[in-house]
Ligand binder design. Sequence first.
Ligand SMILES: CCCCCCCCCCCCC/C=C/C(=O)SCCNC(=O)CCNC(=O)[C@H](O)C(C)(C)COP(=O)(O)OP(=O)(O)OC[C@H]1O[C@@H](n2cnc3c(N)ncnc32)[C@H](O)[C@@H]1OP(=O)(O)O
Length: 719
Amino acid sequence: MALYTRVKESIAVITLKNPPVNALSTAVRRGIVESLSQALQDEQVKAVVFCGENNTFCGGADIKEFSGSMSGPPLVPMIHSIEASEKLIVAAIEGVALGGGLELALGCHYRVADTNARLGLPEVTLGLLPAAGGTQRLPRLIGITAALELITTGRHISAKEALKLGIVDQVIEGNAVLAAMALALSVIGQPLNARRLSLQAPAWVPDVDYVCEAALARVKQRSRGAMAPVACVQAVRAAAMLPYSKGMEKERQLMDMLFRSSQARAMQYAFFAQRSAGKWSLPNGAQWNNTKARNVERVGVIGLGTMGQGIAVSLVKAGISVVAIEVDTKQLELGKKAVTAMLQRYAQRQGVSSPLHLLKFTLSFHQLRDVDLVIEAVFEDMNLKKRVFSELCKVLKENTIICTNTSGLNVDELAAVTDRQHLVVGMHFFAPAHVMRLLEVVYGSGSSPEAVAIAMALGKRMQKVCVAVGNCSGFVGNRMLKHYMDQSVYLLEEGATPEQVDQALEEFGFAMGIFKVADLSGLDVGWRVRKASGLISPDIDPVKPSRWRFGRRYCPLPDMLCQQGRLGQKTGHGWYLYNSPGSKEAKCDPEILKFLEDYRLKYGIIPRRISSQEVIERCVFSLANEGLRILEEGITAGPEDIDIIYLFGYGWPRYRGGPMFYAAQVGLSVVLEKLEHYHHLQPDVPSLEPSQLLRKLVAEGSPPIQQWKSHIKNLHSQL
Ligand SMILES: CCCCCCCCCCCCC/C=C/C(=O)SCCNC(=O)CCNC(=O)[C@H](O)C(C)(C)COP(=O)(O)OP(=O)(O)OC[C@H]1O[C@@H](n2cnc3c(N)ncnc32)[C@H](O)[C@@H]1OP(=O)(O)O
């Protein structure tokens, strides 16, 4: 709703009320229309100030309403009537003015923001465009180039930047509502036409086509296959080329197309899934709102390799003191140099003072005696980690939380060597840890809810998107990835090339195909894991290694590449060829094609043409099938958690929602049918066998993804 208040000196204040972000729900829009009409009818009122309750102007249209039938006063005419008002209207922006919230403010004649306010048009991140006149008014206010940048990225900007761009007229420290009233009183009576953005022409640009083409190329490169950024460019281009009313028609047409699209549904799902992952819960009933997290101020980081460096940087950026430990002076100096350089670059870029005083580098475990939490980030070796854990127990305070940064080792096995299993938690960071947003927080069988709460809260402070997951080999992301990778190498055996597979995956929307990712991470990473798990042993024929291990299909191609020293980008060749070791541009390598041909010949495999559809079905459906198994086992609380892991950690295209959402969108019965088909053809690949949950969900009529949780609960109660 909206609250109408008459205040002194002929000003009316309209306060948006819809906690927590005053989204423009039906009731709020109705309240605005009624309040505005009241203000316009009241002869004593000469000016109106719009503001939001609880120091929050407005978080935009109510996203929850997008999935239902929209009712109540529509935004476009409502904002038009604000702009057309004969009485002066000022927006007082506190907190946020985002999406429809900023569009409402753009309809006002003046805008005042407080210093902490954030503004933006993030509709593109929901698969939409600013269709309440935003694509037409903003270019008229700040020019085509700046508007294109803001609208196509959806970036939130500070009040200071908004002032510089000309989006707001004043930035004040203190009460924006009082400042808006003062501004209103100072300009009452001045003509308003110059303040009505729809009446202005956009700032002249010498070559609109060139600017828009360049923006189009940028968005296509940044978010391959996404419709919304392209539509945003088209709408802004219309603002430059057409009169306002025609531009609004174009905006409307483009919005109609986006609004109905599966991409918009996927991105809106992703918005809520991210928030749902933050509301973690454990199988024992402990959850985010019934478990208190004690504060963490000092953290120890053990190991300053690539992961340890990134973790230390993220902690310091969050204002947390760090004691960083290495085994010898040389490693310590190397780590110190790298961490210091990263933090100095960060301070320079942000224009803040360097936070180096928060860091302490040492060789001594005794320096850890006061820390609240440690993150062990040594080499991925169980025995080494166990030794570190035992040493830690000798020096740490009795309530210090011990976290292991591992990408898949057994957290319970590690916890067992300590005297405090309840305080041990896994923290799986993704490389580079100061850049990647995802953090899997792994609870072991003995982890206390408080320890999980502390790790989740710390991750959040480090600006990570945290997902609580149970302890299983590879946790969620890597466990699922294994099946996706297996299928990709089987496809090579059967006739595909690395480029074909990667092209199909990139056309699907992945930022990078699987073979390019493998080359980037280093092929020896998986090789080490396979050796440790007994899949590679000395008795395997080095010339013609078996294609079966432990009775299951196995593809020795990645091992054979490693044996040849082809470890990926770092050696200048892997699945692709690179100009030199460390260079990034992947080129097709005729040697690999020959190697694959020889391999097929050696094993008597007759190559066949493989379609992109088959690549996607086999790679993606096997990934989703494993996700369903993870849900079945209760490793995550719901499908949203899995999707968030894939969106933030594995380059899954946001406009496809995540592997679980994608499976639901394609149709669970289709996924089941395809998996049955491929499993029939590959009976020695047990992971292709449709999961019990998939069969159950299909049998129960393929309920919407939001209802899966209750079906999983029933499944658990039957087991
Ligand atoms: C059939 C053809 C029809 C075609 C045409 C139809 C057109 C109809 C529509 C016209 C629309 C016009 C264009 C306008 C579009 C929009 O405005 S879209 C929305 C744009 N706004 C955003 O994207 C902002 C989203 N929110 C945020 O970024 C953040 O929430 C925040 C505001 C910055 C606050 O962050 P933080 O403090 O970290 O809190 P959160 O946890 O993120 O959020 C708190 C709770 O609030 C919920 N929420 C936030 N924003 C919205 C919103 N806009 N709508 C609904 N709900 C919102 C969020 O989900 C959290 O909820 P809980 O988890 O339940 O606590």
